[in-house]
Design a protein around this ligand. Structure first.
Ligand SMILES: Nc1ncnc2c1ncn2[C@@H]1O[C@H](COP(=O)(O)OP(=O)(O)OP(=O)(O)O)[C@@H](O)[C@H]1O
Ligand SMILES: [Mg+2]
Length: 306
């Protein structure tokens, strides 16, 4: 989930574990309408949902061991089982040697690892992360994202991430929802939304990553082009190069192609290339080239100058 400050991201995520109740509408979690649950059922729901935060929310006066053990203690787990589970969790987040340290002695990344271990204590099926990497430097962010990926793939836990960092979404998310003024304005697969954002707000977020606004000096030179031309935005998926397509087009048709802008991004392990190309030639030849792009199973759309 992505959106500017105050968009309602935290409010939405807090509805998933019923910390917040909507004034209208229903919230469905794992096929249950959670508005109909009684107190006991709500406790069970919350047991199955872990949460981590930007400020880690650790108890400073307790050891790392005790911080992780808290959730188990509250659920009446025996001392022996608790010891086994906490050891297992600290091992999983690679903090076995910090068992008896205090939060004050740990770095931000290590503190977040403790937060993650604590959130996993009761074997949840969902993990909610509210800006979990926002207080961390880029390298530490990457290591936490790696850990979240491992949690998702090895433990089969669904992870809901709130962030304002596009690279977090690009690295580990499959689906994205864009929020603005308390509403979800756009949803889709990360590839869909990143390569073809529909709402203004999504375009603004994606624009920082995939810039496809034509720089002003280029707009001027396109305007000066007196020959017949058409400006196309072509999206290539799963490509290792943008060249073969244009090379083929130049070889087959009577058109000149000028690449004005080109970018390659890896989203969810898939290479996505976007380029703005000015096609110069007769309408007939340009249309043949367009047809060829479609036959190559790539997407394109015509761009009109501002
Ligand atoms: N759909 C909504 N209906 C009513 N109030 C809302 C709605 N969405 C957000 N709000 C209110 O807007 C305020 C900001 O929401 P929230 O804290 O969820 O934003 P956020 O996106 O998490 O911001 P930040 O990035 O700063 O953490 C809160 O007071 C919240 O109650
Ligand atoms: Mg928030």
């Amino acid at each position: 989930m992505i959106g500017y400050s105050g968009a309602g991201k935290s409010t939405l995520i807090r509805m998933v574990n019923a910390l917040e109740t909507p004034t209208s509408g229903n919230v469905w979690v794992e096929e249950k309408d959670i508005g109909t649950l009684n107190q006991k059922e709500l406790r069970n729901l919350r047991k199955g949902i872990g949460m981590i935060f930007q400020q880690f929310n650790l108890l400073e006066s307790k050891t790392i061991y005790d911080n992780v053990a808290i959730a188990l203690k509250l659920n009446g787990v025996s001392k022996k089982d608790m010891e086994k589970r906490v050891t297992e969790l600290l091992d999983f987040v690679e903090l076995s040697d910090k068992k008896y340290s205090y939060p004050g002695q740990l770095s931000g990344g290590q503190k977040q690892r403790v937060g993650i271990a604590r959130a996993l204590a009761n074997n949840p099926s969902i993990l909610l992360c509210d800006e979990a990497t926002s207080a961390l430097d880029p390298k530490t962010t990457d290591s936490i994202l790696e850990l979240l990926k491992k949690i998702n793939e090895m433990l089969h836990i669904t992870i809901v991430i709130i962030t304002h960092e596009m690279n977090v979404i690009q690295k580990i998310c499959n689906k994205v929802a864009v929020m603005d003024y308390g509403q979800v304005v756009e949803t889709g697969s990360v590839i869909q939304v990143f390569s073809n954002p529909q709402s203004d707000i999504a375009r603004r977020f994606v624009g920082n990553l995939i810039r496809d606004v034509i720089p002003e000096p280029l707009v001027e030179s396109i305007r000066r082009e007196t020959r017949n031309s058409r400006l196309l935005r072509i999206k290539l998926e799963n490509t290792d190069s943008t060249e073969p397509l244009l090379w083929e087009i130049n070889r087959r048709f009577e058109v000149e192609t000028n690449i004005l802008y080109s970018t390659i991004n890896v989203i969810q392990g898939i290479v996505v290339g976007i380029m703005l190309v000015l096609f110069i030639g007769t309408d007939e030849e340009i249309e043949k080239a367009e047809q060829y792009i479609l036959e190559s199973k790539e997407e394109y759309r015509e761009v009109t100058l501002p």
